[in-house]
Each structure stands twice: as structure tokens, then as C-alpha cells.
Design a protein around this ligand. Sequence first.
Ligand SMILES: *Cc1c(COP(=O)(O)O)cnc(C)c1O
Length: 308
Amino acid sequence: MERPADPDPDSDPDPDSDPDPVLRPRPPSPLQEVRDERFDRHGVRLLLKRDDLVHPELPGNKWRKLAPNLRAALAGGYPGLVTFGGAYSNHLRATAAAGRLLGLETVGIVRGDELAGQPLNESLARCAADGMRLHFVTRSAYRDKTELPARAGAGDAYVVPEGGSNALALHGCAELGRELRGGCDVVAVACGTGGTLAGLAAGLAPDQRAVGVPVVGGGFLEAEIRSLQAAAFGGPAGDWSLAEGYAHGGYARVPRELAAFAADFGSRHGLPVERIYVAKLLWALLDLTGAGAFPRGTTLTAVVTGRP
Ligand SMILES: *Cc1c(COP(=O)(O)O)cnc(C)c1O
């Protein structure tokens, strides 16, 4: 007699550890062609991977990275989630929303004790409205995160690292790469921690390559991506490189010409352009295309990782 097959986690979801029936994400995200003479002129076909549409409250890479961690937290019976971020962190917001939807307590450890007792900015106010307990720490305390969950009273919560980038998250982002197989030659994505690029590159086909555009200067990302890939895949995975020089002064800096570029791109193509990551990515692609970095005939996909 044949042995029954092992249960397939995709076709036979365990209702207690599968977040999807509650979160109801919508992968694969759409791939849209945009006609833009600034790319056409160089023989480059531009596609937008609308990963911002994958979930209304956990857009793009935030859902890709959190989903496997939420599954692990639910399967492990953890009472809640604890994570880390700056005052404008999209990752904190997505974690807070996931906690509300799944009935998990959330604690957000926020960099900058000067924020304690101040009115919350819009991003943190949304976290709080979703039930996230915010714990503000000094910049120096924030550097070493090991003790912080316990000190914030969340010692038994599931720890999601800053930016959500860990080995599980990379596996979630590899699925984004698999969705893009066969559709283009080059896939480009903006990088904060680099976790999305690290996972995405691993999911692409061997004849495709990934380009990351860091939104922070400093050149530390390459080593970070290597160590993330080693943790997730046991070694280097996929063909990827970084295009440095497009941070526009640093994280969350949006100089006037970048803001104007984002508004113009948005009105040309009917797409609200998120400015901290997506605008810097699109700017970089236009600049690289103009400089002849992509041979004529290249199909280039820009991953729209989030929305304003
Ligand atoms: C968080 C975020 C990123 C950065 O992703 P990493 O995996 O940290 O590199 C890119 N785009 C948007 C819109 C984000 O919110």
C-alpha cells in the first residue's frame, strides 16, 4: 500500500498557524508595462512589478518578509511580536497591522528616546491605533538589541529583526523572484536592509539578474546581503549587484528635485510614487538607462515595493 504523501502546507493549511486565510494576500502581484520615451529611446522596455498591491495594509516586501515570520510565530504559539524601527518605519506599521489582524500583541521598540512623551507622528500614531505598544529607547541602547525585548516587557514575544530581514524573510522574498521568472532580463529594487534584494535574487532564473539601489549611503550593504544569504540559503544565491550613488543625501532625505521627479513620474503613469524608496529606485533606473548601463533590447522590471 502506498504511503500517504506528507501534508503539503500550501494545499492543506493549518488554520492555527497559517496567517493567509485571515490576511488574504493577493500574490502574484501584477506586472504592468509602462511606455516612457525616456526608456524607449534607449531600447529599454520598462515593467513595474506592482508589489504594493499585494496587501492593503502590508504592502509589497513588508508582507513578503513578514508572512513566513507570522507563520512561525503562530505555529510556535507565541503571544505576540516584538520588533524594532525608526520613527517612520514602514516595517513597524506593517507589523502593527499584522498583529491587529491576527490577534497577536505587538511591541515596537523605537529608536530615539527624545520621541517619548511627544505627540506621535502619523506613522507611529497608526502603529498605536493598531494596538502596538511603543517603547522608546536611546540611540545608543538601540544599537545592541539583544536585551531590549525583555526590557520592554516582551521577553516571551516572537522577535522580528529590524526591517523584518531574517532568513525566513528571505524565503518570502524569493517567491517574489519566482513570480518574475521568464518575464524580464533585469529586476531592480530599492534597498534598506537589503533583505528584499537578497531573497529576490535567489528566486530569479539563472539568466536573470537583480540590481539593488541603496537608499542609504555608506557601502555596508554588500556584506550584509552576503551574510543574510548565507543564513537563509547556506551561501551566495543568484546574480545581484548594487548601484550606489542614489541615496540623495541619506535615508528619508527627499531633495526637491527628487520630489519633483516622483510627482512627474506619478502623473505620467498614474502611479502614486513612494518617495523614500521607490522614487530613488526609478531615478536610478532612468539615470543608468541614460548612461547606457542596459543594452538595447533589455526588459527591465522595477519592483514597486510600497506606496506613499
Ligand atoms: C522597507 C522598504 C524597502 C526596503 O526593503 P529591505 O528589504 O529592507 O531592503 C523598500 N521599499 C519600501 C517601500 C519599503 O517600505
